[in-house]
Design a protein around this ligand. Structure first.
Ligand SMILES: Nc1nc2c(ncn2[C@@H]2O[C@H](COP(=O)(O)OP(=O)(O)OP(=O)(O)O)[C@@H](O)[C@H]2O)c(=O)[nH]1
Ligand SMILES: [Mg+2]
Ligand SMILES: [Zn+2]
Length: 303
């Protein structure tokens, strides 16, 4: 086997230490379900969702020799390195998972939306743990999230603790490649568990450790869904990778500003507090969400 030079295709589904776990495209009875792979040094950092070619190097083992062109790439800052760290490749949509516990952070949501727009891929906003909300609390939260309606950002209310509670999300995932992102403890791994109840240890082990603010999931993992489509579970995020985006990308991330931007007195208006700013005027008249504009200014000034 080690002498075979046949190159195989496959998709990286997770990482174990310094090894990448590849799910081969052509699985046969003789071929194991996953291959533990090293990667050729000349290749860039690889990530979950990447399509690759690999060469067998031993039983269930191989070497990744080539990275197929990526359709999309989600990154985040690497605290140990000034470079961006890839966290998921080839996803069609981003599923932002947030919940009343540990709390819904609108600035964090806007940050993730900027990252999604910069890829660019569409997002869906999911409010999990619906079971924890009283009717009044739900109405109040709906009000707080009202401005996302104008952004054509689908809003789903789900619960992994209620029978059929994740159905609304399941429908949106069929046939697509999606990635779950959001704060630690929001319930990303629990969603995977609800969608794939028969899964073996992998998910159980991932989602057991509980505790707010603690990262339960430490590596991203790609799962194949029953009705077609794939879903990547990712570790919780505190900061999202927009730190190196230029102002223009940041502005483009607030797509509803586009309509007004051309109407500002200064063509290079940053929409902070310049005279004749059409974005500020649109906030005054209630056409633009004050929360969104405030979050935009916050992100511009704290880059
Ligand atoms: N009440 C309630 N609790 C939930 C729900 N979904 C998940 N939880 C709980 O929320 C906690 C965190 O869930 P996880 O699935 O580990 O969260 P996560 O987003 O994967 O967290 P990280 O891996 O750290 O990013 C666990 O105690 C879950 O049991 C829900 O719908 N309702
Ligand atoms: Mg998790
Ligand atoms: Zn302006």
């Amino acid at each position: 086997m080690a002498s075979s030079l046949t190159e195989n295709k496959g998709q990286i589904i997770t990482r174990q230490g310094d090894r990448l776990i590849v799910s081969p495209s052509s699985r046969t009875v003789e071929q194991p379900t996953t291959i533990r792979c090293a990667q050729r040094k000349k290749l860039p950092p690889l990530t979950v969702g990447d399509w690759v070619r690999w060469e067998p190097s031993g039983d269930n083992e191989g070497v990744i020799t080539l990275l197929e062109k990526r359709k999309s790439l989600l990154t985040r800052p690497d605290p140990f390195n000034q470079r961006k760290k890839p966290i998921a490749a080839n996803v069609d949509q981003l599923i932002i998972v947030t919940a009343p516990e540990p709390g819904i952070d609108l600035l964090q949501i806007d940050r993730i939306l900027v990252a999604a727009e910069s890829i660019p891929i569409p997002s869906i906003l999911v409010i999990n743990k619906l079971d924890l909300l009283s009717q009044d609390e739900k109405i109040e939260l709906k009000e707080k999230l009202l401005h996302y309606k104008n952004l054509e950002l689908p809003l789903l209310w789900i619960s992994t603790k209620i029978t059929g509670g994740v159905d609304p999300l399941q429908q949106q995932l069929e046939g697509k490649s999606s990635v779950l992102v959001g704060p630690s403890g929001g319930g990303k791994s629990s969603i995977i568990k609800s969608l794939l109840p028969d899964l073996d240890i992998a998910v159980g082990a991932l989602s057991e450790g509980i505790g707010q603010g603690r990262h339960t999931t430490s590596v991203s993992t790609l799962y194949h869904l029953q009705n077609g489509g794939t879903l990547i579970d990712s570790p919780g995020i505190r900061e999202f990778g927009i730190w190196d985006l230029d102002e223009e990308t940041l502005r483009n991330g607030f797509r509803e500003f586009g309509h007004y931007a051309g109407m500002c007195r200064f063509s290079n208006c940053r929409h902070l507090n310049e005279p004749g700013c059409a974005v500020s005027a649109a906030v005054e008249s209630g056409e633009l969400s004050a929360t969104r504009v405030e979050n935009y200014r916050n992100l511009i000034q704290n880059q």
